[in-house]
Design a binder for this molecule. Structure first.
Ligand SMILES: [Mg+2]
Length: 386
């Protein structure tokens, strides 16, 4: 028995942050807009197509972007709004899609394999896209194909505000005329070595044998060959598989020492935030759990802006704890859990002096990795009755 024809849709909101800014301030429409950090030290988080026309792109230093496009309107970014719109789109997709993955704050994969018995996957995705646009007013593009890799590249080709279906059997033909840089993981350096081999287009790759490519490019050569053939087997990971990162602590002795409990809460939150960053994830929901000596257990959760940052998770945990805890009661067990995990989009973490913050976390996490988690405690005091 042959396996069923796969159908994977990839949906991606077009310059998402810019679109949200324009919705909230229509006078920005049609202007060159750059969302990002401060003028001298920040980086571009995203920009409008009008700014892209001047060569501005994500992750470019703001300074350079302003040189290229001096008349651009700078927006610092209203992160709460991005999370709100992201959830809205997620809810619309969740209500319709049999199985979907939230790949980042503005990007989704939907697995429609097997659904072609019941409906036309292409028409279905067109209708879903129209519904998202009608309800949220956000422009969104999609690619539909037989695997994730092709679908994502198709979305890229369909942008802005369009869609593209690469029909089964046409994967190689679709890829062949595209530049090799369309593959994720092909950086400038690799691109150089490929060009030196006379490889410019994806179709050129198949003029070599896998063995020749492996000789020149190492293990990656073989992978590149498979990619050029349009082969990609990665799965769509269901968003609803309630993935979470959590930790709990049963105390040796029941305790009602508020200062101790808050210290524990901070330590535990830092621990799971560290794991979150190791997984390169953001979370959108945090929960605190308390168990009393009679085994009464209560928990409370709150949705938050997508984050991986201690600075945002710790205050949220403390707030939940204070709302939940019956002061003076001894506690047997304390727990913290992060849910609504999503892959960490470049943009999601690039706010208020983003690079610096990222570098700081990386430095801290490197030390933690090297010497174990107790090695480094950030200076922090837990105030009583905070
Ligand atoms: Mg996008």
């Amino acid at each position: 028995m042959s396996s069923p024809q796969r159908y994977i849709a990839h949906l991606d909101l077009d310059s998402f942050f810019v679109s949200v800014e324009v919705l909230n301030n229509p006078s920005l429409k049609g202007k060159a807009i750059i969302v990002g950090g401060s003028k001298d030290r920040g980086v571009v988080s995203t920009c409008s197509y009008e700014a892209r026309a001047y060569g501005v792109h994500s992750a470019m230093p703001m300074k350079k972007a302003m040189e290229l496009c001096p008349h651009a309107v700078l927006v610092q970014g209203t992160r709460g709004e991005y999370s709100r719109y992201s959830r809205w789109v997620t809810d619309i997709i969740a209500a319709k899609a049999p199985l979907f993955e939230k790949a980042s704050i503005d990007e989704f994969f939907i697995d429609l394999t097997g659904m072609d018995k019941y409906f036309d996957p292409y028409k279905w995705t067109i209708a879903l896209r129209e519904e998202i646009i009608e309800k949220t007013q956000l422009p969104i593009s999609f690619g539909l194909a037989t695997n994730k890799m092709i679908a994502k590249i198709a979305t890229d080709m369909a942008k802005p505000n369009g869609y593209l279906f690469v029909q089964p059997g046409y994967e190689q033909a679709f890829l062949a005329p595209l530049p090799v840089s369309k593959f994720s993981g092909v950086g400038e350096q690799t691109n150089k070595s490929l060009k030196a081999m006379g490889l410019h287009l994806i179709g050129d790759i198949l003029k070599f044998t896998p063995l020749e490519l492996e000789k020149k490019l190492g293990k990656w050569g073989f992978e590149l060959y498979k990619k050029a053939q349009g082969i990609n087997v990665s799965e769509v990971h269901n968003y609803h598989e309630a993935k979470s990162i959590s930790t709990e602590n049963t105390f040796h002795e029941n305790t009602s020492d508020n200062t101790f409990l808050l210290k524990e809460l901070v330590r535990m939150t830092e621990k799971i935030a560290f794991e979150l960053r190791q997984d390169e994830k953001l979370c959108g929901c945090i929960a605190v759990k308390i168990r009393y000596p009679n085994f009464d257990t209560t928990s409370k959760q709150t949705t938050i802006q997508y984050t991986f940052s201690d600075d945002e998770l710790i205050p949220a945990a403390i707030k939940l704890f204070n709302e939940l805890y019956k002061k003076g009661m001894p506690i047997r067990l304390l727990g913290v859990r992060l849910t609504e995990l999503t892959s960490h989009a470049l943009q999601g973490s690039l706010f208020d002096n983003p690079q610096k913050k990222k570098d700081l976390y990386k430095a801290i996490d490197d030390v933690k990795n090297k010497y174990g988690r107790g090695a480094l405690q950030k200076a922090r005091t837990v105030k009583k009755n905070e």
